[in-house]
Design a protein around this ligand. Sequence first.
Ligand SMILES: NC(=O)C1=CN([C@@H]2O[C@H](COP(=O)(O)OP(=O)(O)OC[C@H]3O[C@@H](n4cnc5c(N)ncnc54)[C@H](OP(=O)(O)O)[C@@H]3O)[C@@H](O)[C@H]2O)C=CC1
Ligand SMILES: CC(=O)N[C@@H](CCC(=O)OP(=O)(O)O)C(=O)O
Length: 355
Amino acid sequence: MHMNSRAAIAGVSGYAGGEIARLLTAHPDITLSIVTGASSAGNTLAQMHPNITGPQGALVIQETTAQALCGVDVIFLALPHGHSARLSDELARAGTSALIIDCAADHRLSDADEWHRYYGTDAAEPWTYGMPELLHSGETQMTRQRDALAHAGQIAVPGCNATAVTLAIQPAIAAHIVELTLCATLSVGYSGAGRSPKQHLLASEALGAIVPYGVGGTHRHIPEIIQNLRISGADDVRLAFTPVLVPTARGIVATVVAPLHASVSADDVAHAYSIYDNEPLIGVSHEAPWPSTAPVNATGCALVNAVIDERAHSLVTICALDNLGKGTASAAIQSANLALGLPELTGIPTIGVTP
Ligand SMILES: NC(=O)C1=CN([C@@H]2O[C@H](COP(=O)(O)OP(=O)(O)OC[C@H]3O[C@@H](n4cnc5c(N)ncnc54)[C@H](OP(=O)(O)O)[C@@H]3O)[C@@H](O)[C@H]2O)C=CC1
Ligand SMILES: CC(=O)N[C@@H](CCC(=O)OP(=O)(O)O)C(=O)O
């Protein structure tokens, strides 16, 4: 008989931590037992996230320390970059044997120089990447990443933008139907920027504006996406990546355009993207309606579309997902399920809310 696992969330008062808490309240095999924060310590979970009611809502948020988090089976870290690497060192020193799932970037990159270039600090050890659907070159089903996750004790959850771009283009890379010069433009919602107050996140600044950021090859997710696409078979990919904030709370629509190799047909594209046919969380189409955020918000699903633009001789791929769903919390739970030996989709919402 399977024992129920006890879980802790560090950084529960934030958006990512709050979404993990929401999903765990409905998870039949993982019980949320400990929650920690920084300025929110002393409040109940329901005071920080009024959508969480019942016994979990009554949990009192403790100060984030290794001692507070020990004694559970799985620890979710939903902290700003840098803090999770430090805390995971402390957890190791405290001797925890818990599965650790980090939502920050600290343990995502395997190239220490790339980490230093984009984050400006020393790199931490890379952990198993928490994207079960990561397509390894030569695969006909996504099994290698799932096998790695099933044996993982420490998991690095992907960045939300990185997930959207990777899911959009990896089948075309693996099938060798496009040139490796990619242009990715993303419409992104504000919750991706976290809950801490900042001037550019004020409603008065955001509600009437569409705001590019991270322009000109500066965004931190570029090395992460390139690392993923190398795994899919792109040895030397060039990626122009531009995120644009749009006035919505949740959701990402990533549009990735790549020149097609000569004589690639719509059938070739359909065949490449049929790699997702058995993926329960990824819906694929090659016609309208184009992916949008409403049907995937609050779910662990992604919608992917791939069509040929004949005149531009390019492949246009679109991926829509919820940055807090498939982009963080659902990916964290999906990966935890695999590592704990549970059915992969346990506790993952799949039906969105629309309108
Ligand atoms: N938002 C998103 O869509 C995504 C986020 N992520 C990653 O998840 C992590 C959390 O992001 P998000 O929830 O958006 O961020 P938030 O700003 O919403 O939350 C941050 C959390 O960290 C706590 N915290 C802040 N400073 C410290 C500190 N010095 N020491 C300890 N705890 C601290 C906060 O506690 P308190 O409120 O109590 O002060 C809060 O619980 C980040 O690494 C982010 O990059 C990854 C993918 C998508
Ligand atoms: C709107 C916004 O600011 N979004 C964030 C994405 C957050 C994310 O994916 O998380 P990581 O920071 O953990 O990689 C950004 O573009 O940096």
